[in-house]
Structure formats: structure tokens, C-alpha cells
Design a protein around this ligand. Structure first.
Ligand SMILES: Nc1nc2c(c(=O)[nH]1)N[C@H]1C(S)=C(S)[C@@H](COP(=O)(O)O)O[C@H]1N2
Ligand SMILES: [Mo]
Length: 350
């Protein structure tokens, strides 16, 4: 494993992951869902806050939180994962938020369908993309900026794309975007802009920092690369047994052990999950089951293992109905994105 710097530790202490034992919850409890915050969490007062909708629209809108809450709402259970999940597994080391596997969570998000707000504003024929501006501000590569991301119009108009003001039945917490965030189910988390202040309909693709410089798969610094969009398939395992405090290696007794975990893909439903109990030499199919009534949420899987004494490396691997499968090893790229190499857990059986 490669060493991380003090700067990376600083990021990791602010942006925590979901402890993998929390995979036992179908809906991740608030506080266990991972966090990724580029700058500071803005402190926004609900009375003064407004959402502006402008750009290529017939009728620009200014909406308060009460205006949004008064509209018909929709609830969507969706799994969200950071595009940098798995980054530390890539070599040479990529200097950024040092995720292992835990930058994921599933929320029950409630809000207003984005499409209905865009329809109220009236899209002009020139509309091509929708730009989302967060009210958080910071500096990256000497560029001072608000966090901004755009979506092609067709994606923005999908039924399940929400302007969310609730998570798991509670008011959206400050760290998850209070008072309002975008939710784009199926896509990596960077798309779901928090602390929304403005939605601007554009007549051309947005070329801002988080589109042009970040969240792209680049072979090297000169490669413009391709943008990250949907989540690649991934299965994770609840580490069985008990952990050793320092190394986090697992300890359990010989005999029947039910391995459990969850799997998701933003491209298509999960087609199957395979498990290896010998470090990836041989594989057998796990029982995968959709236990949340939402195509955007992860499914659960189980595998009956008769654990023999010794030290073993357990692995799990997901495939989806679009034919995507997790690789054994990740592919290095400049930003350290999209590494969905199989999850490996070392256990000591006595
Ligand atoms: N305004 C704003 N939105 C943001 C971010 C941010 O830093 N600022 N981080 C993005 C990234 S990279 C991810 S992975 C998700 C994380 O959402 P969560 O912290 O609610 O899990 O939020 C996205 N939306
Ligand atoms: Mo992210």
C-alpha cells in the first residue's frame, strides 16, 4: 500500500467514507453515508436562500424553499458513489482524497423532479445543457470558483433526477447540501451538486473547471480524456468476523460463515455477483437479490462459505446486464478515477 501525505490525511479526516459494516443497512443511515466536500460547507439560512433558474428559458424563476416544498414531491432511493472511490489502489500514487472502497452510500432522497421546474421556466429551442452552481467556493489549481457541473439536457430531463430537500425522511443535513441539492441517480457523485444556488440553461456545453480539468479519464496530462458519467459496476463485502484494531485484518472461527455484501452499477441492473475464497483463482456465483424497490439502489448478495482454518483472501466481483464486469486490477489514470477492481478482504480462520 502506498503512503499518503498530511494534505491527504486532512482531506480524509473531513471527507469520511461509509464503514463497510454499514453495507448491512439497505438505506445508509445519515452520518454513515460517505462525504465529499471540495471546499467548506456553506452555512445557508432557509429564509434568505433562493434558487434562481435562468439562461435559455422563457420565464426565469426565483424559488424559495417553501415554494419547492409546496410542489408535488417524489422520493427516489439511489446509490451514490464518488468517482474517486478505489483511488488508493492505483499505482503510482495519485495525490487526492485517498479513498479505499468506502466512498458510497444509498439514500432515500425526496424532492421535486428537475424536469417540472425546467418546464415551468419554459425551455427555449436553443437549450443544450443545464448548469448547476453550488454556493460553496474555493480555489483549485489557482482558479477561484464555485463548485459547478453541467448535464446534457436529455439527462437533466430524466424522471428520476431530483432537486432534493430531504434525506431518509429528515431535512437534508448541512454536509449533504442543505437546503437543496441535485440528485442524478446512476451517475458518479460529482454530478449531484450540493448547496444549489442557481440552475442555468445553456446553449452550448459548459467548459468549467470541474468539467474540463476534473472527472475525466486521462492517460497522461496531455490527454484531454473522456468524462466520467455513470458508475461502473462494483460489489463490496461486509468484512466477516471481527477486526484487529490496528491492521483491520479479520478474525473468525472455522465452519459455516455467510458472506454478505451489496453491488451496484449505474449502467444497467446487476446481472450477478461472483465470490472467490482463494484470492481470485476460482470463482463461484453468489445469490444476488434486489431488496430495495428502486432500479437506482444497490442490491444485496450472500454466499455460504465453509471456512477452513488458515489465512484466506476473499474477493467479490459484480457484473451488470450491459456486459460490464469488474476487472481484477484497476487501470491507472491521472485523476485516479473509476478504479472498480475487485474488493479483497483478508481473513484469519482459527
Ligand atoms: N456544491 C458541491 N457539490 C458537490 C460537491 C462539492 O464539493 N460541492 N462534491 C461532489 C462530489 S465529488 C461527490 S462524490 C458528491 C458527494 O455527496 P455526499 O457528500 O452527499 O455523499 O457530492 C458532489 N456535489
Ligand atoms: Mo466525488
Amino acid at each position: 500500500m502506498n503512503a499518503i501525505s498530511l494534505e491527504e490525511l486532512q482531506l480524509a479526516a473531513r471527507n469520511h467514507g461509509m464503514p463497510l459494516e454499514a453495507l448491512s443497512h439497505p438505506i445508509t443511515p445519515i452520518g454513515l453515508h460517505y462525504l465529499l466536500i471540495h471546499y467548506d460547507i456553506p452555512h445557508l439560512s432557509p429564509g434568505a436562500w433562493r434558487l434562481e433558474v435562468d439562461g435559455e428559458v422563457e420565464r426565469p424563476l426565483t424559488l424559495s424553499l417553501d415554494d419547492l416544498r409546496a410542489r408535488p414531491s417524489k422520493t427516489v432511493a439511489a446509490t451514490m458513489e464518488c468517482a474517486g472511490n478505489g483511488r488508493v489502489g492505483l499505482l503510482p500514487h495519485v495525490d487526492s482524497q485517498p479513498w479505499l472502497h468506502e466512498a458510497v452510500g444509498t439514500g432515500e432522497w425526496r424532492g421535486v423532479p428537475l424536469r417540472e421546474v425546467l418546464e415551468q421556466a419554459g425551455l427555449r429551442d436553443s437549450a443544450q445543457e443545464v448548469l448547476f452552481t453550488g454556493l460553496d467556493r474555493g480555489v483549485e489549481e489557482e482558479v477561484e470558483q464555485n463548485y459547478q457541473r453541467s448535464l446534457p439536457l436529455a439527462e437533466a430531463l430524466r424522471d428520476e433526477v431530483l432537486l432534493a430537500y430531504e434525506l431518509n425522511g429528515s431535512v437534508l443535513p448541512p454536509q449533504h447540501g442543505y437546503p437543496l441539492r441535485l440528485l442524478v441517480p446512476g451517475w458518479y457523485g460529482m454530478t449531484s451538486v450540493k448547496w444549489l444556488g442557481r440552475i442555468t440553461v445553456l446553449d452550448r456545453p459548459f467548459e468549467g473547471f470541474q468539467m474540463a480539468k476534473r472527472y475525466r479519464l486521462q492517460r497522461d496530462e496531455d490527454d484531454p480524456g473522456t468524462p466520467l458519467t455513470r458508475m461502473a459496476p462494483r460489489a463490496l463485502m461486509i468484512p466477516p468476523g471481527v477486526p484487529e484494531f490496528h491492521s483491520r485484518e479479520r478474525y473468525l472461527e472455522r465452519g459455516g460463515c455467510k458472506l454478505r455484501g451489496r453491488a451496484w452499477s449505474g449502467w444497467a441492473p446487476i446481472a450477478g455477483v461472483d465470490v472467490s475464497v482463494d484470492g481470485g483463482k476460482t470463482w463461484a456465483e453468489a445469490q444476488a437479490r434486489r431488496d430495495i424497490d428502486s432500479p437506482w439502489a444497490w442490491c444485496s448478495w450472500t454466499y455460504e462459505w465453509d471456512a477452513p482454518p488458515g489465512r484466506h483472501e476473499l474477493c467479490c466481483r459484480a457484473r451488470d446486464e450491459a456486459g460490464n464486469e469488474q476487472p481484477l486490477d484497476g487501470e491507472w489514470n491521472v485523476g485516479g478515477y473509476g478504479n472498480n477492481a475487485v474488493h479483497r478482504v483478508v481473513v484469519n480462520v482459527s
